[in-house]
Design a binder for this molecule. Structure first.
Ligand SMILES: Nc1nc2c(ncn2[C@@H]2O[C@H](COP(=O)(O)OP(=O)(O)OP(=O)(O)O)[C@@H](O)[C@H]2O)c(=O)[nH]1
Ligand SMILES: [Zn+2]
Length: 395
């Protein structure tokens, strides 16, 4: 987190309607959010930085029109930018390791796209490890263009496969083809900037089966993204007034586990269990974070499940898709807690990274409360992987 993103000052600026319009961070969020929407519908966008300009489209969504627009604007041959694990699979090569052994440290890899591969269906199969038929032709590596990491970051913000068709293109091409321009710096700043802009927008009492005295407070960021929720159980104000650190759970959304009772994970029991425990203690806060699939989104989580059924574990499946092991940003939870006047917590978790993430965002972790549930016969390997590869604490 950089100093310029002091979360509370942004939340304050966002609240003041006069400074709202003038704040360049709001304009940056708006432009990145628009760029994400363009990529999701297969439209190219121009990424701009001091190093130059690059026209990109997502391999997952681009169609004939987008490819034609890219061809019209290109001043270099097209390349496909892939995350390192996916690139290694496409190249039939072992994965390159970064300095500390994490493949994501290698950034991006560029592959040449000869005319035969400039086809929407072929691009999708190069991007998607779930597509069984790897193309017989092995593309050649190309020099990595500047702005490659910003291009992959933009795809990830759209919860798309991080696989981008890219060409160098002049600034003027965007205006000529009515395409959107977005700055690389704004893309990189977006997740923390959006998190820092969260503010309360609505609240209501919602008695729950397990916690009749419960309220839901909705938080919205200035980017136009999906809302995050705080579920307030019992009398938290009284605890805060007495100087007691409340019981807090930072729970990432899991449509399959939370809503449907999926047996693949432990999210459902953790969600209901946290609320029950807060009700038994008389107070607590569950922040319900719109960070499905540890931040990769539901569509990619379904892809990850398919890869897990083919033998990968939950961490390697994320990497095979081109994502990191955990793409969450805990400034979302920290900003919500601060807006609720909570600076010190007793955190319900087994995940040491979650504690470190919240602490790095200025939330004092007074203690950790174990939040372990029995394996159910289906999620045993998932729970074992969390302990072995994510360092989850077992008690
Ligand atoms: N990418 C991916 N996400 C998964 C998988 N299984 C569950 N999830 C997601 O993981 C998140 C669960 O996170 P949390 O409940 O915060 O749990 P945690 O990080 O394991 O930490 P604690 O429960 O606090 O110990 C939810 O967003 C789920 O959708 C999976 O196999 N792959
Ligand atoms: Zn789950």
């Amino acid at each position: 987190m950089t100093g310029s993103l002091a979360p509370n000052s942004f939340a304050d600026a966002h609240r003041e309607s006069s400074s709202y319009l003038a704040d360049p961070r709001i304009l940056a969020l708006r432009q990145v959010h628009r760029a994400v929407a363009e990529l999701r519908r297969g439209t190219p966008v121009l990424i701009r930085a001091a190093e130059g300009t690059m026209l990109v489209a997502a391999a997952e969504t681009v169609g004939a029109l987008g490819l034609a627009e890219i061809a019209q604007a290109a001043t270099t041959p097209p390349v496909l930018l892939l995350a390192p694990v996916r690139a290694a699979a496409v190249l039939h090569r072992p994965v390159l390791q970064g300095p500390t052994g994490k493949p994501e440290e290698m950034g991006a890899v560029a592959l040449r796209l000869p005319p035969a591969l400039l086809d929407p269906a072929k691009l999708r199969s190069l991007a998607d490890p779930v597509v069984a038929d790897l193309l017989p032709e092995i593309p050649e590596r190309a020099a990595l263009p500047p702005l490659a990491s910003a291009a992959l970051a933009l795809a990830k913000l759209g919860r798309l496969l991080p696989a981008m068709v890219a060409v160098a293109a002049p600034d003027t091409a965007a205006a000529r083809l009515s395409l959107l321009t977005v700055s690389a710096e704004d893309i990189q700043a977006y997740p923390l900037s959006a998190a820092a802009s969260l503010k309360r927008v609505a609240e209501a009492a919602v008695p729950l089966e397990d916690a009749p005295d419960a309220r839901i407070i909705a938080f919205r960021a200035a980017d136009g993204g999906i809302e995050h929720l705080a579920i307030i159980v019992g009398n938290v104000e009284a605890q805060l007034a007495a100087g007691i650190a409340p019981l807090v759970r930072a729970h990432s959304e899991c449509f399959t586990g939370d809503l449907l009772g999926s047996l693949r994970c432990d999210c459902g029991p953790q969600l209901r269990g946290a609320i029950k425990r807060m009700a038994a203690e008389g107070a607590g806060i569950l922040v319900y974070l719109a960070q499905e699939g540890r931040g990769i989104g539901l569509v990619n989580k379904l892809r990850a499940y398919t890869l897990q059924d083919q033998g990968l574990d939950t961490l390697d499946a994320n990497r095979a898709l081109g994502y990191g092991a955990d793409e969450r940003n805990f400034l979302v939870a920290a900003t919500m807690l601060r807006e609720l006047g909570v600076h010190r917590v007793r955190l319900l978790t087994n995940n040491p990274d979650k504690m470190a993430g919240l602490a790095a965002c200025g939330i004092e972790i007074e203690g950790r409360e174990s939040h372990q549930f029995e394996a159910n016969g289906v999620n045993d390997h998932y729970l074992e992987t969390k302990a072995r590869r994510f360092g989850h604490l077992l008690e």
